[in-house]
Design a protein around this ligand. Structure first.
Ligand SMILES: Cc1cc2nc3c(=O)[nH]c(=O)nc-3n(C[C@H](O)[C@H](O)[C@H](O)COP(=O)(O)O)c2cc1C
Ligand code: SF4
Ligand code: FES
Length: 557
């Protein structure tokens, strides 16, 4: 596996020296350009020696709202004049700790809720050559309604399915429950598993997408920490139903604590005969491998993720064909989100009626949502699907931070765009959010209080897409940069009415000609802000004034 080889070289040398890559090419027979192309693509790998200490402050929406900019400026002042070989300070995309913003990565160790003093102390520890501490384990209740095993032995659904072997019955229950993919696209899980089951051939795969990397997305981290048994059980059940004998759990590398939890749970399963050959003494087998992602946001796109597991650059594939027939290694693949897998045992143990009854306003099931930004208690909450977003903000998350008023909300990070406060009554389910021109996505709610500039928010969100574009298609590679240029111009008082036409044209090009969802939704932050906060944007363009006093409105000196 190319990533293991690259990791071994990087662990030994601190980076990937050219000679070592040449030697790897000779050893493995892989052309050097391919090895280089892979190493160059993924942020985990360094082709030149990195500084002793690399401090990277999260620039994602939630951290931007919670003081990341000040933290960065403070650290830059503190370490002004430091030799670039010793220490560098920069930005990084969302680290998956949006409820503990601002988050910081120091030599790839992730810390949440970091104050300038703490960041300085950690940087000095690393500069002194001492080992950096691991982030403390998250405490928290495991007593969740989503867990059908609160008072019983886990893996009960797997035991009874293995005894009954009613694979079609299981698919029928999934279909009847209305379980839709909870990673963003909302495709019915029962239909997906049925398609993989019906696909011809003996070699099939199950893949769990645990890459969550969009600003605001933190619910999979929570589920993996607290309900790892449900995710693993869902994957094994998917294997049995579809005929796949191998699964990969694709985890973002920043999730160091969930990784530990998962390794322990997987080991327990192997020891207990729940994974491996002859599951629970039967003639059926299923192996599960944890795959640590070397990459950024685009690796969460399903076909890019498959490319990564295959050891290539994580560039999304053209579809069709879809992974259900042509997935991992071109074989039928059941690929689902963490939460989708975690729902399966709930449905099988508690029954379809119970599951449907958990939702509100016609929606089915329970949902985990993350809420971050300007709320008093950011975090992950287990809610009935269909709960109004206002109840999450004002009841569960303790209301607005600093007693301010709600100005805007992104129901699911940058790709859902922003809604005005007047939409806070909208229910958190697929249909209700689509009806207001947004989406449930993965349930990554980001809250903006009064005083926030919506142009500043949109610019932050569009920058995220620009930074994370894989560059495979021109509209996305150039279009996201163009959007950033235009919006940056507006924040500096360089707007022109012609820009508004250009934004419309860019939006059309991005939507129609991008291969994957990253490019297709990259316009959402600014088109939604133009729709709901147009006068605020027009003030920037026509009056060269930021109504909230946030934007610089002049060129940097
Ligand atoms: C750029 C991009 C990033 C994505 N990131 C994730 C992710 O981190 N986790 C996830 O489950 N789905 C992600 N998705 C959606 C996946 O492509 C896919 O639809 C999903 O994993 C399928 O699982 P589900 O049907 O259970 O939702 C992403 C999509 C795009 C376009
Ligand atoms: S839309 Fe963007 S991220 Fe997606 S494949 Fe094209 S360039 Fe890559
Ligand atoms: S950790 Fe900073 S936005 Fe998610």
């Amino acid at each position: 596996m190319i990533f293991d080889d690259l990791r071994a070289i990087q662990n030994q040398h601190g980076y990937l020296p050219g000679q070592q890559l040449e030697a790897l090419s000779k050893r493995t027979g892989l052309p050097l350009f391919r090895i280089h192309g892979v190493a160059d693509f993924y942020p985990e790998f360094h082709l030149s020696r990195p500084p002793e200490v690399s401090i990277r402050i999260c620039a994602g929406l939630a951290c931007h709202l919670r003081g990341a900019g000040h933290l960065q400026t403070g650290l830059e002042q503190r370490f002004q004049g430091a030799n670039k070989r010793d220490l560098t300070i920069g930005e990084v995309s969302c680290l998956g700790q949006c409820d503990g913003a601002p988050a910081v990565s120091i030599n790839d160790h992730i810390y949440r809720g970091v104050t300038p003093t703490q960041a300085e102390a950690l940087a000095l520890t690393a500069l002194g050559g001492s080992a950096l501490p691991l982030m403390p384990t998250e405490d928290g209740s495991r007593n969740l309604a989503s867990d059908p095993y609160r008072n019983s032995e886990p893996y009960g659904a797997l035991r009874s399915v293995l005894a009954m072997r009613d694979w079609n019955g299981l698919i029928a229950q999934l279909k009847a429950s209305g379980l839709c993919g909870l990673g963003g696209a909302g495709y019915p899980a029962g239909l997906k598993w049925e398609a993989v089951r019906n696909a011809p051939g003996p070699e099939k795969y199950v893949v769990c997408n645990a890459h969550e990397s969009e600003p605001g997305s933190i619910k999979d981290r929570f589920i993996l920490q607290r309900l790892p048994h449900l995710v693993i059980e869902g994957m094994i059940l998917a294997g049995l139903v579809t005929g796949a004998q191998k699964g990969f759990l694709y985890l973002r590398r920043e999730y160091q604590r969930p990784e530990e939890t998962l390794r322990q749970e997987i080991q327990r399963c192997y020891q207990g005969g729940l994974l491996g050959n002859n599951l629970l003494g039967s003639d059926l087998s299923f192996d599960l491998e944890l795959f640590i992602s070397p990459g950024g946001y685009v690796c969460g796109e399903e076909s890019a993720l498959l490319e990564a597991i295959e050891g290539r650059r994580a560039e999304p594939r053209n579809r069709p064909p879809f992974p259900v027939t042509h997935g991992l290694f071109n074989k039928p693949t059941a690929l689902n989100n963490v939460e989708t897998f975690a729902n399966v045992a709930q449905i099988l143990i508690n029954g379809v009626d119970w599951y449907k009854g958990q939702g509100q306003g016609g929606a089915a099931g329970l949902k985990f949502v993350g809420i971050s930004g300007d709320v008093r208690n950011p975090g992950v909450f287990e809610i009935p699907m269909g709960l109004p977003v206002s109840e999450v903000i004002f009841d569960l998350a303790g209301g607005m931070a600093d007693g301010k008023k709600l100005k805007a909300l992104a129901p699911s990070g940058p790709s859902s765009g922003f809604l005005p406060a007047s939409a806070a009554g909208v229910r958190l389910d697929f249909k209700s959010l689509a009806a207001v021109g947004s989406m449930l996505g993965s349930g990554a709610i980001v809250i903006c209080a009064e005083g926030r500039c919506m142009l500043d928010m949109a610019l932050n969100a569009v920058r995220f897409f620009r930074d994370e574009s894989c560059g495979k298609c021109v509209p996305c590679r150039l279009g996201t940069q163009k959007l950033v240029d235009i919006l940056t111009g507006w924040t500096h008082g360089r707007g022109s009415p012609a820009d508004l036409v250009l934004i419309e044209e860019l939006t059309e090009a991005l939507r129609l000609a991008s291969i994957c969802g990253l490019g297709q939704f990259a316009h959402a932050p600014i088109t939604s802000v133009l729709q709901h906060f147009r006068s605020e944007i027009e003030s920037h363009i026509y009056d060269r004034r930021c109504p909230e006093g946030v934007c610089p409105m002049r060129e940097p000196q």
